[in-house]
Design a protein. Sequence first.
Length: 233
Amino acid sequence: SVIFDENADFVPGEPIRYYLDDTILVITWKEYINQRCCTCAEVKVAHGSQLRRKLAEDSYSSSVQLYASDMAKQANAVVAINGDFYAFRDLGITVYQRTLYRNSPAKVDSCFFTSTGDMLFSRAGEISSQDEAQQFITDNDVTFAVAFGPVMVEDGQAVECSSYPIGEVNRTYSRTAIGMRDTRHYILMTVNYEDNHSVAATLNDATSFILTKGVVKAYALDGGQTSTMVMNG
């Protein structure tokens, strides 16, 4: 089964792109949802290792900032989106290649990706000590984590958000999100300006948009000018 719906309200003139090999299916398209332009990428992979995070210069200590298009090319990614801005804020739990680099979980939700491709959440303050974070990583074989948020969808239900320390959740803003429909089956979404359609999307707006794709889990990533998706260059 696929998320892609041939009856969607597609943005006129925008191509529908796809990639298919023995282990990866990606379909990308632009559609209007509630009169907002949503760029979507449906991703199905055979193994959890095909879902990866890349840091600038492949180093947590790098001070270099790179465009998503440059990083996607370096990683030979089929499809890529921006994640969090880990070097800009000392918030959340950062895991990269199974290593815990930062444990500052008091204020924001964190999203973990496991070796099997599952998405797991910890809410702000739920994990406290370094030992507890490390045990969570070990027990679930977490390969990487992103720290932005908040959690948008859990158990198939929208998580309403009225306030959050980052992301200007109540402003009309460009948004980026990742959702999971079922095993190793994801939807990536950005909400951006297109022609005369407003960029206007609050966090709760974006939650309602990604929920239309039948996701059981979804998490907000860094938005604004970094709401970028790259497909095959």
